[in-house]
Write a protein that binds this ligand. Structure first.
Ligand code: AMP
Ligand code: MG
Length: 328
């Protein structure tokens, strides 16, 4: 199959046409690129799992362009869910609610709940609107690989496997949406993201944060290896351990690279590095592109620990998985 990469009006028109034909389409959002299909067409949804090599027990998120689409998708919207959606949608959040009978179980991996997201990205919204149906989508990478934050990342993983990539520039947020389970007794964050626990607690009063230990996999995706570069990756707790890990890898004949924020890069004394910028927002926006670049130019990635607070905590949730939990 030939994979087209298109921009602008032409891309949106072709994308909507392919969705109507039961095909899959990669599209940009403010978080990462998604691989979408008509959420009500089970055959189309199956093509997402096939293109990604994704296990069928890992659910998809249903993307909408307008809140009016909620009616056909969920049983009811609780007061808390409404408050969260009023405050943060459109934006980088997915809200889990009881699903309506119309949503196929292949989308939700057999669960009686569905994750709903309304992206703020204009191209995403226009694409969904023109498709005229909710779009089920996970990230547009091969299963277990790093999520794509630019059209070129999608092309590397999906060339020949999907008919179209809508190119809508690089993603502004840079990591996947916060997933908030509003079907639980206490609202619970299943996956941290740019909308943090503190921000949600302001609206909800209380929210349970994801503890890190998976007893029962509520977000089934959590039990899989994720966000993994193609080469060994470790997290360094500070600049001096990053330098040490780098020098040891170099002595072993590996080609190392350090991913760090600008302030740390200034201390690396000529060692090869990728600068993800000075602020927390920059780090979040650039982390996946840095991992993509790292696996291309190096054989060993050392990533700085950016801290556990706020957005950096969400970034480290992903980086720790990339590194298989290895800290040096
Ligand atoms: P991705 O953004 O590619 O990681 O795929 C969507 C992720 O959303 C899945 O891996 C799940 O962790 C999560 N998810 C989607 N729907 C549900 C649901 N109904 N309940 C819990 N988690 C969900
Ligand atoms: Mg994913």
């Amino acid at each position: 199959m030939q994979t087209l990469v298109l921009k602008g009006e032409e891309a949106i028109e072709k994308g909507a046409e392919l969705i109507a034909q039961g095909e899959v389409v990669a599209f940009p959002t403010e978080t990462v690129y998604g691989l979408g299909a008509d959420a009500f067409n089970e055959d189309a949804v199956k093509k997402i799992f096939a293109a990604k090599g994704r296990p069928s027990d890992n659910p998809l998120i249903v993307h909408i362009a307008d809140k009016s689409a909620l009616e056909g998708l969920v049983e009811e919207v609780s007061e808390g869910a409404k408050a969260v959606m009023d405050r943060f949608m459109p934006g980088p959040i997915t809200v889990i609610m009881k699903k309506s009978a119309k949503v196929p179980l292949s989308v939700t991996a057999g669960l009686d709940t569905v994750g709903i997201r309304m992206p703020s990205h204009n191209v995403a919204r226009e694409f969904i609107r023109r498709a005229g149906t909710p779009i089920a989508a996970p990230s547009a990478n091969r299963s277990t690989h790093i999520s794509p934050t630019g059209a070129a990342h999608v092309y590397e993983d999906m060339d020949g496997r999907i008919p179209l990539i809508i190119d809508g520039e690089d993603c502004e947020v840079g990591i996947e949406s916060t997933i908030l389970d509003m079907s639980a007794e206490v609202p619970t964050i299943l996956r941290p993201g740019a909308i943090t626990a503190e921000m949600l607690a302001e609206v909800l009063g209380a929210v349970k944060t994801f503890s890190g230990k998976v007893v029962v996999a509520k977000a089934p995706g959590m039990k899989y290896k994720h966000y993994a570069p193609l080469c060994e990756t470790v997290v360094a707790k500070d600049a001096s351990s990053a330098k040490k890990a780098y020098d040891e890898a170099l002595a072993e004949g590996l080609k190392p690279v350090i991913i760090a924020k600008s302030q740390t890069c200034a201390l690396l004394e000529g060692r090869t590095h990728i600068d993800v910028g000075p602020t927390d927002k920059d780090i979040c926006r650039n982390i996946y592109a840095a991992l993509h670049r790292g696996e291309k130019i190096a054989g060993f990635i050392v990533c700085e620990h950016f801290g556990d607070e706020g957005i950096c905590g969400s970034v480290m949730n992903r980086v720790m998985k990339s590194a298989g939990g290895k800290i040096v």
